[in-house]
Design a protein around this ligand. Structure first.
Ligand SMILES: NC(=O)C1=CN([C@@H]2O[C@H](COP(=O)(O)OP(=O)(O)OC[C@H]3O[C@@H](n4cnc5c(N)ncnc54)[C@H](OP(=O)(O)O)[C@@H]3O)[C@@H](O)[C@H]2O)C=CC1
Ligand SMILES: O=C(CO)COP(=O)(O)O
Ligand SMILES: [Zn+2]
Length: 360
């Protein structure tokens, strides 16, 4: 299904996609989930709420949020993990239309479902990440898988982000490492954006680009501090993910955080569904695109290793031939987004790159 087809679902008569919308309250810290009632009261969002969560994340945090709000609000719940993602978005929209505001409690898929449903029904949205696994936590974009590839849509930016570091630090370390890789991928996303600016005249936002790069640099510098099940690590990474999401909101597109390495990840999602987390695939892709840009790809690989993120397709259960196919297919996903993977990659060169960069 194409982005246009998804847009048909929208009930809005005006388009906010060119607005620069940023979160108003960002609350990160130990046990801050307890502050959700105060955040909702402060923002005066209405008296009924839809809480969107996933199969595991409802037990991890969704039920807690339901209990915290049930005395003061009419609470409805929605399971975002059931069925086809587009169908889930449609059902979430119908549920959101019956509520005053929406809270998404979960990983990236849950948060994207909640923020699209909020956007399409013109409801405020609160983001409650249970894992620091992706930089959609605070952004005004949603990434939706379709049979033709992943599409990036304008979505409701959270009016508040409530990120409890106790919950985030308890999540499997793999999720945190994946969030770090999603941020490290900003380095190559920016290089692709600059390339497209120079070659194709694509507009650049200096502010968005600088914020995105600075976020990656801070994380890179702090890679030694990223440890499993540490609240300090959860705090460092969550702040970086919020910052990266703000860069996307400033740009009004995911360009500051999504280039060729993301297109490789989206192609892999089609060719090897269910293999690897989003950020893991982007990190693996960034090694190749950084090499192609002539940058320090070994430093990218070194920081991914230090953090505990995979650096080869084999580590996420993807064979080399599939990785080659994904590199070649990447340019067919969002062809309007020009990247280094559009610069003459051939089957032979893709095979050589996979052999060389994923073997050392
Ligand atoms: N909007 C944007 O700008 C962006 C969007 N994305 C999107 O986000 C998605 C990737 O997010 P990601 O979080 O990696 O993947 P998922 O949302 O698929 O979550 C991965 C798994 O982790 C589980 N999980 C989440 N939190 C915890 C926890 N605390 N403890 C144990 N398990 C937990 C989820 O459970 P459950 O079954 O409950 O869901 C799920 O099974 C992709 O769809 C991607 O396209 C990524 C980057 C940016
Ligand atoms: O994942 C993203 C940024 O990290 C954005 O997603 P898209 O690649 O779908 O635009
Ligand atoms: Zn990403």
């Amino acid at each position: 299904m194409s982005a246009d087809r998804i847009n048909l679902l929208r009930t809005k008569v005006f388009d906010k996609s060119k607005w620069m919308q940023l979160p108003r309250d960002v609350v990160i810290g130990h046990d801050v989930i307890e502050q959700i009632p105060a955040v909702c009261e402060d923002l005066a969002l209405g008296d009924s709420v839809l809480i969107v969560s996933g199969g595991q994340t409802r037990d991890i945090a969704g039920k807690k949020v339901e209990a915290l709000l049930s005395g003061s609000y009419d609470v409805a719940t929605f399971a975002a993990n059931v069925g086809d993602p587009l169908e889930a978005i449609r059902r979430a929209e119908a549920a959101a239309a019956e509520a005053g505001f929406v809270i998404g409690v979960g990983g990236g898929r849950v948060i994207d479902t909640a923020k699209i449903a909020s956007y399409n029904t013109d409801r405020h949205f609160i983001s409650v990440p249970t894992a620091a696994s992706h930089d959609g936590i605070a952004s005004s974009r949603a990434s939706v898988p379709t049979p033709e590839g992943n599409v990036s849509l304008a979505a409701e930016p959270p009016v508040a982000v409530v990120a409890d570091t106790a919950i985030i630090a308890s999540a499997p370390h793999r999720l945190l490492a994946s969030g770090c890789a999603d941020i490290i991928a900003n380095y190559t996303a920016i290089l692709d954006w600059e390339l497209s600016h120079r070659l194709r005249g694509e507009p650049l936002s200096e502010y968005a680009l600088t914020l995105s790069r600075m976020t990656a640099e801070i994380l890179f510098k702090n890679a030694d501090l990223i440890k499993p099940h540490s609240e300090k690590s959860a705090w460092i990474v969550t702040k970086a993910l919020v910052s990266s999401g703000v860069a996307m909101s400033i740009a009004g597109s995911s360009r500051p955080g999504s280039g060729g390495e993301h297109k490789f990840s989206h192609a892999l999602e089609q060719l090897a569904p269910g293999k690897g987390l989003h950020g893991e695939k982007c990190g693996i892709g960034a090694i190749i695109t950084m090499y192609l840009h002539g940058g320090d790809w070994k430093a990218i690989r070194g920081s991914l290793r230090k953090i505990g993120a995979p650096t080869t397709p084999a580590e996420i259960g993807v064979d080399d031939e599939t990785a080659v196919a994904a590199l070649l297919a990447a340019k067919t996903i969002r062809p309007e987004r020009f990247t280094i993977l559009d610069m003459g990659l051939t089957s032979e060169s893709a095979r050589d790159l996979v052999k060389m960069l994923y073997r050392e």
